[in-house]
Design a binder for this molecule. Structure first.
Ligand code: ADP
Ligand code: MG
Length: 569
């Protein structure tokens, strides 16, 4: 075939394919236009998944009569003028392509009236051919109706899924647009039935509840920072995929891997592996730091300094989480308790810890701004009153709002993990009375040689002793009190570094292993003083409610639940 320029109508259909992939893309573009026109109320209706009919009506600024025929011309826009405007786009649309694209592949009707005009106008276009403009009665605002989508592009039609599946995507799209603009009232009807509605209250939490259901209402944590605002759900609720994370940049719904990672990573320690949080968050950035002109459907964006933003988002979320993560209430009934198991592994009854100061390392006396322990975590005395120990495994305690059971291993694991994490690089060492020699397999020796600096920073003192032997001379203070068999402890730490239970980079894994193996086990008998020290230390942790693996450190039986159990209510 010789090279030839395609006829305009065919070129238009090809170009339309980039913008309009399925009914949900039509809904997205039309709603974005309504939002750009400052609508306060947007109503969406679809039939047959949107393939037969999409209707989007708004109460926005409307379109002046002379402008109406222009709106369906390619590159016709009222939103930008010069190339400079591209550097800081403040509207959702800017390419002037959407209506032209939709017009090329459907039967399109636009009825609009601007506030200053007495009457409205109706424009109809069939498959890109301009049909007619006529005067009509209309309220201020714009209503766009799209019928028979892809009637002239059978290939595209064939790629659409069932009406049900397409409708599902429309629902998802409208819900996200509603989240992005909580001050706008949205309603969505599918085949004549209303399936979603928001009040336009301005609260993302309200939209989130409308979207995910009222069960979650009590689990919401508001986020209200200058960089980040929205809601997240307590980490006790999680999902097997990332679809619960909805992200917006300057009120534009985006699918950004980098930002999604920032969110899921902030929660990682709080939930089991392979589980993901629920949240809806808007990131506010300077307009010129965001390039929105990188994706045909404007679904992804480019950030000027992506890694800085990711870091900041993660930091803000961690702060919010450390403040708000609640103690998990006991699930349903008391009896469910026996379904929780200690992960402590081998129980060694004879091995009670001797030192009363077992948990001293993170107490107030040692906290100083330099090691980060004091900042943001005032050394309040633990608010729980210790009642005793259950099965040498759980601590029973009383709080103002009920009874608490604390998993001693998980709790101590959390304390040690944060101790290792925060003491870097100022970890203090305690000399051993007698140096211990380590006997390591060759592969482990190699690892030790390349990671000895990490261990040193954590407070271990190790030195080569010739012929592949190593001597351990000191251990971190925060571990020292427990009185381990130190040679064996360090050997285990090194051997465990490849255990798939532990995540993250080598240093992170090392922290986990040290926390896990350094912590008291189920079966270790603890004195009241030791327990109080543990609770005090736990109280000062950032993420006191879960161990580093994401399991709870404590559960609560509230007074209300107790009263219910005893038939007092
Ligand atoms: P873009 O949004 O990129 O400007 P569109 O093809 O989506 O391009 O729309 C073209 C123009 O039509 C817009 O710039 C706007 O001026 C006008 N327009 C479209 N929809 C509406 C609406 N719902 N209310 C007011 N004006 C609208
Ligand atoms: Mg647009």
């Amino acid at each position: 075939m010789a090279v030839h320029v395609l006829p305009a109508a065919l070129a238009a259909k090809i170009a339309a394919g980039e913008v309009v992939e399925r009914p949900a893309s039509v809904v997205k573009e039309l709603c974005e236009n309504a939002l750009d026109a400052r609508a306060t109320s947007i109503s969406v209706e679809i039939e047959q998944g949107g393939l037969r009919r999409v209707m989007v009506a708004d109460d926005g600024a409307g379109i002046a009569p002379d402008d109406l025929p222009l709106t369906v011309r390619r590159y016709a826009t009222s939103k930008i003028e010069s190339v400079d405007d591209l550097a800081a786009i403040r509207t959702l649309g800017f390419r002037g392509e959407a209506l032209a694209s939709i017009a090329a592949v459907s039967h399109l009707a636009i009825r609009s009236r601007a506030a200053q005009d007495d009457a409205g106008r109706l424009l109809t276009v069939v498959g890109g051919e301009q049909a007619a403009v006529e005067a009509t009665a209309a309220p201020v605002g714009t209503a766009v109706e799209v019928r028979h989508l892809f009637f002239n592009v059978p290939a595209r039609l064939a790629f659409c899924k069932t009406p049900r599946a397409e409708a599902q995507r429309v629902v998802q799209c409208v819900q996200h647009l509603a989240l992005s603009h909580p001050g706008v009232r949205f309603s969505l009807g599918v085949n004549g039935r209303e399936v979603f509605r928001t009040s336009g209250s301005g609260s993302m939490a309200d939209v989130f509840v409308a979207m995910h259901g009222h069960e979650l209402a009590e689990q919401l944590v508001p986020v209200d920072e200058s960089l980040l605002n929205g809601v997240l759900v307590q980490p006790t609720v999680h999902r097997g995929n990332r679809t619960g994370v909805s992200l917006f940049v300057n009120h534009r719904w985006v699918q950004s891997r980098a930002l999604t990672y920032a969110v899921t990573d902030a929660f990682a320690e709080l939930m089991p592996d392979g589980r993901f949080p629920l949240a809806a968050l808007n990131v506010t950035l300077p307009w010129e730091d965001v390039d929105v002109n990188v994706h045909p459907q404007k679904a992804d964006i480019r950030l000027r300094d992506s890694s800085a933003v990711v870091g900041q988002v993660r930091r803000v979320l961690r702060e919010v989480l450390s403040e708000h993560v609640a103690v998990q209430p006991l699930r349903q009934r008391f009896q469910t308790m026996d379904t929780w198991q200690s992960d402590a592994g081998s129980v060694r009854p004879g091995q009670a810890a001797q030192a009363v100061d077992l948990f001293r390392p993170v107490d107030a006396a040692q906290a100083s701004p330099e090691n980060g322990l004091a900042s943001g975590t005032p050394a309040t005395p633990a608010t729980l009153r210790v009642l005793g120990q259950l099965g040498a495994m759980y601590v029973i305690a009383e709080g103002v709002d009920g009874m608490y059971l604390i998993d001693q291993h998980s709790a101590h694991e959390r304390v040690l993990y944060e101790a290792v994490l925060k003491r870097l690089p100022e970890a203090q060492s305690q000399q051993l009375l007698e140096p211990q020699s380590l006997s390591l397999a060759p592969t482990h020796l190699q690892w030790l040689e390349s990671h000895v600096d990490d261990l040193t920073r954590m407070g271990f003192a190790l030195e080569p002793f010739g012929n592949g032997a190593w001597l351990l001379r000191a251990v971190p203070v925060f571990l020292a009190e427990k009185g381990h068999d130190w040679g064996k402890f360090v050997t285990t730490v090194i051997e465990q570094k490849d255990n798939p239970d532990y995540r993250g980079d080598p240093l992170e894994r090392l922290r986990w292993v040290i926390a896990c193996h350094g912590a008291v086990k189920a079966g270790d008998a603890l004195s009241t003083a030791q327990i109080e020290a543990l609770l005090g230390a736990l109280e000062r942790c950032d993420l006191a409610r879960t161990c580093p693996h994401g399991r709870p450190t404590m559960v609560r039986l509230s007074h209300t639940q107790l009263a219910r159990e005893f038939g007092r209510t």
